[in-house]
Design a binder for this molecule. Structure first.
Ligand code: DP6
Length: 402
């Protein structure tokens, strides 16, 4: 091979999705390997609305590993980044030693340049570490020609990231081995399984920066006996019921389990000492709104779930989306005239009946919600074949547009 070709970087770009847990992961039994105290289950959100894109380049000419996140160079020595890099390189070496021809053995000793961006604002407070680490691990694996099970490596970047390695409905089986080899994600159903299911992300106007999940769950494990009870006696049965509700596409059962699990997670936060508050007054109003809406119709048509922040994620079926969006817009009158209020999948506009407004009977809360992202279940990580989409140029540095 001519000298200049040897120096040309190998560049791969991939995308990965965000996921939202309906049975929450909260608490580790091993901090370093990121092993959870309970199994969890999530829905992978569609990448048309929310995704991370990552480009990885390797070249003999690179002096050191480097990473740029959302346009800014970050510290590559971060222990979780190092775990993912080390594990992928270890797997690649193992495969090469086992004689796997797909492993690019020349590139194994090369340094990597990584560049990653989200298509949604970080300021929106949406969990981006899951999509970020899933995308990093998936892209690194492609660069080094590593195939097969990768969720165990993504898990070591961020626990919830292991579930972003698959599309549709995904469980993270907690496992019981000390080395974590059996703590892996597994697809329960693909994204095509429940096409009527719709997801609305209600981006709340944040009041303050909440406690991060990593330190929050540490304090919960140390102090909350409710968390212990939840992990030992509630989640195991709930996982079985949730998987069954998803498989049967039983919306009321799915919705009730989702809301109860979100509520119990936030109850464990309150049971943590000192307590952690992730829900805001806006979140509380969303909870009331959902229960009053369901009560008005005498059936469970909509469900909420909240992670470590005030944003609500709403589940419903396609036939109710339009009305629910109108209801949210009525009870959280936005700053804008509504056009910018709803992003993502198109939502048709239907007039809201006076009877429904009266039935809900809440006092509107102006500007509580900045905007709604309308989406659905989507696929797992993908390779971007179009080289014009690479975030790094052939010199291995971020393109000016990134
Ligand atoms: C509330 O995966 O962000 O979103 O493993 O420490 O990186 P680390 O935590 P992280 O925690 C997510 C917590 C959650 C629930 C969930 O996604 O299951």
């Amino acid at each position: 091979m001519p000298e200049n070709n040897m120096d040309k970087p190998k560049i791969v770009t991939c995308t990965a999705p965000v996921n939202i847990a309906v049975v929450k992961y909260w608490g580790k039994r091993n901090e370093e390997l990121i092993l959870p105290i309970n199994s969890s289950l999530s829905v992978t959100l569609h990448q048309d609305q929310l995704k991370t894109t990552t480009t990885v380049a390797t070249s003999r000419s690179f002096q050191e590993d480097r990473i740029w996140l959302n346009g800014k160079e970050e510290d590559i020595t971060h222990p979780r980044l190092q775990s993912c890099l080390r594990e992928i390189r270890r797997l690649a070496r193992k495969r090469r030693n086992d004689g796997d021809p797909s492993v690019d053995s020349t590139g194994l000793s090369h340094k990597v340049h990584i560049c990653s961006v989200n298509n949604f604002p970080t300021a929106a407070g949406l969990a981006s570490s899951a999509a970020g680490f899933a995308c990093l691990v998936y892209t690194l694996a492609r660069v080094f020609g590593v195939e097969g099970e990768l969720s165990g490596i993504a898990r070591q970047g961020s626990g919830s990231a292991c579930r972003s390695m698959y599309g549709g409905f995904v469980q993270w089986i907690m496992g019981d081995k000390d080395d974590g080899k059996d703590s892996l994600a597994q697809q329960v159903e693909p994204q095509t399984h429940w096409p009527e299911l719709r997801i609305l992300v209600l981006v709340a106007s944040a009041e303050r920066k909440p406690v991060g999940s990593t330190s929050g769950m540490q304090t919960s494990v140390q102090t909350s006996c409710l968390l212990k009870h939840r992990a030992q006696s509630v989640v195991p049965e709930r996982m079985v019921e949730m998987i069954d509700a998803v498989r049967r596409k039983d919306f009321p059962a799915f919705a009730e389990l989702t809301m109860k699990d979100s509520n119990q997670f936030h109850a464990t936060c309150l049971d943590t000492y000192p307590p952690i508050f992730y829900l805001s007054s806006v979140s509380h109003q969303v909870i009331s709104l959902v229960h009053r809406y369901n009560k008005h119709y005498g059936e469970t048509r909509v469900a909420y779930t909240f992670d470590a922040g005030p944003n609500a994620v709403i589940f419903t079926l396609e036939q109710h989306v339009s009305e629910i969006v109108q209801v949210v817009q009525h009870f959280f009158p936005p700053d804008t005239n509504g056009e910018d209020f709803i992003k993502g999948l198109p939502v048709s506009r239907a007039p809201l009946s006076e009877e429904l407004k009266r039935g809900i009977g809440l006092e509107p809360m102006a500007k509580g919600i900045n905007y709604i992202i309308s989406t659905k279940a989507g696929p797992g990580p993908c390779v971007v074949e179009d080289p014009t989409q690479h975030l790094l140029s052939s010199d291995g540095l971020p393109k000016k547009t990134v």
